[in-house]
Design a protein around this ligand. Structure first.
Ligand SMILES: Nc1ncnc2c1ncn2[C@@H]1O[C@H](COP(=O)(O)OP(=O)(O)O)[C@@H](O)[C@H]1O
Ligand SMILES: [Mg+2]
Length: 236
């Protein structure tokens, strides 16, 4: 579904991705874990064309989408839930969700409003509330709901647990697990390696712009180096 080959990208003077290759099959839920500054957001932002790829190739469902605009990529069904949620604070929950549907373009809708509201019942109660007045956890649910309204073929999530209480983190991950069980392809970027490895089948470890480890999440969970660097006490 997603095939990334030797992707390099950066910012003025900083090479944030130093040749990343990874692939995600249809229906998989894959984690990308790594410390702050490892390049996780840059990787997702390259996929959604918010940051231009310097070199390398991004194949989406067999099609080379390298160099496509963010709009084109979203229309094709590669949709990101950005870090920090970025809901439109001065618009209502309903309006945020309606805007999400625009990304779908002419593709068939497989996540209608009622399905999103069944997944996140709290949003149904808050439809007329301004998004900026929601709690962080509710905003995260809205951000995911908004992306679902665009009927993603692959859902990219950047640190969905960031700043959330353990209870809300659990609720968000439950929703993601349910979406995956319904067949959605999910790429999850997380500093919270505990959660990410517990909820995915396969994972990649990104360090300073390079993939240094990959494998089944269960195997990585028991890898001494991963435990030492990512699963030690106080890591989530
Ligand atoms: N907009 C930007 N301008 C300049 N440097 C950036 C920008 N965004 C990220 N970086 C740098 O790129 C590297 C990777 O950052 P990022 O992709 O945000 O990592 P992560 O999401 O894993 O924390 C870091 O060194 C960071 O400081
Ligand atoms: Mg980040």
């Amino acid at each position: 579904m997603l095939d990334i080959k030797d992707l390099k990208a950066g910012y003025r003077g900083i090479q944030a991705l130093k040749g990343v290759s990874l692939s995600v099959a249809e229906g998989e839920m894959v984690a990308i874990i790594g410390a702050n500054g490892a390049g996780k957001s840059t990787l997702l932002n390259c996929l959604s064309a918010i940051v231009p790829a310097g070199s390398g190739r991004i194949l989406f469902d067999g099609q080379d989408i390298t160099g496509w605009s963010a709009h084109q990529v979203a229309r094709a069904g590669l949709l990101q839930v950005p870090e920090g949620r970025q809901v439109l604070a001065d618009m209502t929950v309903r309006e945020n969700l309606q805007l999400g549907a625009l990304a779908r373009g002419p593709r068939a809708a497989f996540y209608e409003l009622d399905k999103v509201l069944t997944l996140f019942p709290i949003l149904a109660e808050r439809m007329t509330q301004l998004a900026g007045t929601l709690s962080g956890g509710q905003q995260q649910m809205l951000a995911i709901g908004r992306a679902l309204m665009g009927s993603p073929r692959v859902l990219l999530l950047d640190e969905p647990s960031l700043g959330l209480s353990p209870l809300l983190t659990q609720q968000v991950f439950q929703a993601l697990t349910q979406l995956h069980s319904e067949g959605l392809t999910i790429v999850l970027v997380e500093q919270n390696a505990h959660r990410a490895l517990a909820s995915t089948q396969r994972a990649y470890v990104l360090e300073r712009g390079a993939i240094v480890q990959q494998g089944p999440s269960k195997v990585l969970q028991n890898d001494p180096a991963i435990i030492e660097h990512y699963l030690g006490s106080g890591q989530g």
